[in-house]
Design a protein around this ligand. Sequence first.
Ligand code: ATP
Ligand code: ZN
Length: 286
Amino acid sequence: MSEKIKLAIQKSGRLSDDSLKLIKECGINVNNGKGKLTSIAGNFPMEFLFLRDDDIPGYVADGVADLGIVGENVVLEKEKNVQVIKNLGFARCRLSLAIPKDREYTGIAYFDGLSIATSYPKILGRFLEKNNLKADIHEISGSVEIAPNIGLAEAICDLVSSGSTLFTNGLKEVEVLMRSEALLIGSPGLNACKKEILDRLLFRVNSVQTGEKNRYILLNAPNASLDKIISIIPGMKSPTVLPLAIEGWSSVHSVIGEGEFWEVIEQLRAAGAQGILVVPIEKMVI
Ligand code: ATP
Ligand code: ZN
């Protein structure tokens, strides 16, 4: 039997949908039926383990799984021997300290001597130590944001994205300890065969990510403006220029970065481009 690489992903939670989406965009079939703990890809040498996110770094460090998709916050908290292979750009959030919103925040010394509830005792402990603060850390595994309301702690250290959960619990974010996103992590000792499968996977992930960061652009231009337009959208090698049926006009095709999109379009219009179409790119291999 030929070798497979084992990828651990979160069974159900904030990482699950985007992890599965990425795998599917890489053309890998994953059958994650309800209640399943493992599954095998039909068309790629990959096996999936569906786990709680907290367990993923440990399984990857021990080699039970070869790869895992998990938040940077969990990787830093668990302190397991894993390699960070790639930042995946989703599940962005921050780990922050928050206090009751009617309290005046006086700076980081505010936390000295307080009790703080968190699911991230190690990251919080390191942060307090770095700032020469002593605080009483209450480790709780969920619903950290209700701790001040029920008198369990005077502050919390928890994940935040929009801040609306804090707000509804009468809290305000006052310090950011770290920013986090989903990471692809790997076991330190992958064998040559698994490394080869990982390289194939990374090629696909990179193509998906590059595609997402770029747009395909098509436009019509009078031939007299072509030089100017080509200088605005250089493309991967150079743009494709095709004659239109109307004399004196051409169609120009190229690729632009998502971030420069509006600026480029304004310049193109000013240079005489018409009928500009911008379409998403599913995969891009460069
Ligand atoms: P599990 O049952 O697997 O232990 P969990 O309840 O610990 O799940 P989730 O709430 O699903 O975890 O969050 C998983 C990860 O998603 C977090 O560790 C973090 O990296 C990221 N995350 C958490 N909160 C947010 C948020 N508000 N916005 C975006 N990403 C977040
Ligand atoms: Zn968890």
